[in-house]
Ligand binder design. Structure first.
Ligand SMILES: *Cc1c(COP(=O)(O)O)cnc(C)c1O
Length: 369
């Protein structure tokens, strides 16, 4: 009996259990405790940023980042439509308008030429999303932001470990965010991080996430804040994950290289790595020729006990954001894409099985012609 291969599965086999037990044994289970501070410090160190603020998930991390920059009603934020819906929702939460741009066909990242064309007097910020672990062209985006006096944000939820010209993503903008959902490269169950090089933004995010409590005065709140704090239990898991992050990234690199090698001769399209980019391969993704073929491949794999996911649906098509806009590349790529299992613990036998089933599918497809 062949076992089921999920599309993702966190690896919690390091110090996760010991650290969580420490939280319980010491009763430090809420949002104070040593793991919160240590996780923030180690995270800042491992991604080369000055400040890291832990929060309860990646969506609220984006919300706080936008609030701390003062983005609000009347402002426009330029963002790719081809992303997870949370990037756009956060813009909506602060009362700003998302302005959707298409993606580049090779990298699947936001098209910088379109970003430039979308800048108006209302534009306040550009939100770059490093989708599936490949970096956006931050050099051009930095130039545009500087030239037009715009804030630059990076949604690094899918890009832990991603680099551009040797520098970690999250370093190219005013403020950047991460998610530690269960299927992200490092996880805390639910969790997120806001990172910045700017001490004032760091203080502002801390102020906002802790109910607007004024430092040095008990129960005195000088703004309407939020409770977006991470628990010590989540941070304990996060710290244990960080200890093994290099290993996770290495495994994901090997998995991607294996898929690239073994699927190279099939009629599939993959993300093309751009100059200067170091891809962290959050989710290895392939494009078939058509949607019909994509759906048939997914069904074939599922019948063989292999879970897959479709790529994200472009957000400009969803009812709450529908602007009757056409973004042809996003719509086309989203309609043909599949995420293959991409978690670091996949064994060589499991990878061989996945590749073999993809090959069986195409053999059958082409014998029909
Ligand atoms: C996962 C993800 C988020 C949101 O993170 P949560 O922790 O699930 O709230 C935001 N943006 C992108 C691109 C993501 O993939």
């Amino acid at each position: 009996m062949k076992s089921f291969i999920p599309v993702y599965q966190p690896d919690l086999s390091g110090n996760e259990k010991a650290y969580v037990n420490e939280c319980i044994d010491t009763t430090w289970i809420s949002s104070k405790g040593r793991f919160v501070t240590e996780f923030e410090q180690q995270f800042a160190k491992s991604t080369d940023v000055s400040f890291a603020v832990s929060v309860s998930n990646g969506t609220v991390a984006l919300h706080l980042a936008l609030l701390a920059l003062g983005v609000g009603p009347g402002d426009e934020v330029i963002v790719p439509s081809f992303t997870y819906v949370a990037s756009i929702n956060a813009i909506h939460y602060v009362g700003a308008m998302p302005v959707f741009v298409d993606i580049e066909a090779e990298s699947w990242q936001m098209d910088c030429k379109q970003v430039e064309r979308c800048i108006t007097t209302k534009t306040k910020a550009i939100m770059a999303v490093h989708l599936y672990g490949h970096p956006c062209d931050m050099v051009i985006l930095q130039q545009l932001a500087r030239q037009h006096k715009l804030y630059l944000l990076e949604d690094c939820a899918e890009a832990f470990g991603t680099k551009l010209y040797g520098m970690h993503v999250g370093n190219f903008s005013d403020v950047a965010t991460y998610s530690f959902f269960g299927n992200k490269t490092i996880t805390t169950g639910e969790g997120g991080m806001v990172v910045t090089q700017n001490v004032e933004l760091d203080s502002e995010v801390r102020h906002l996430k802790g109910q607007g409590l004024k430092a040095g005065r008990e129960y005195w709140h000088d703004i309407v804040g939020y409770n977006y704090r991470m628990t010590n239990i989540c941070a304990a898991i996060g710290l244990a994950q960080l200890e093994r992050a290099e290993g996770f990234l290495k495994c994901k690199q090997n998995i991607a290289q294996y898929y690239l090698r073994q699927l190279a001769d099939l009629p599939l399209t993959m993300q093309v790595i751009q100059q200067g980019a170091w891809h962290s391969w959050w989710m290895f993704s392939i494009l078939t020729d058509t949607t019909v073929q994509r759906d048939a491949l997914r069904k074939h794999l599922l019948d063989a006990g292999i879970e897959t996911r479709p790529l994200f649906n472009p957000v400009h098509l969803m009812p709450m954001y529908n602007q009757e806009q056409i973004l042809p590349i996003s719509e086309n790529i989203a309609s043909r894409g599949v995420n293959l299992p991409s978690w670091p613990g996949l064994t060589i036998e499991q990878l061989q099985r996945i590749v073999a089933e993809v090959r069986v599918f195409f053999k059958r497809e082409y014998s029909k012609l």
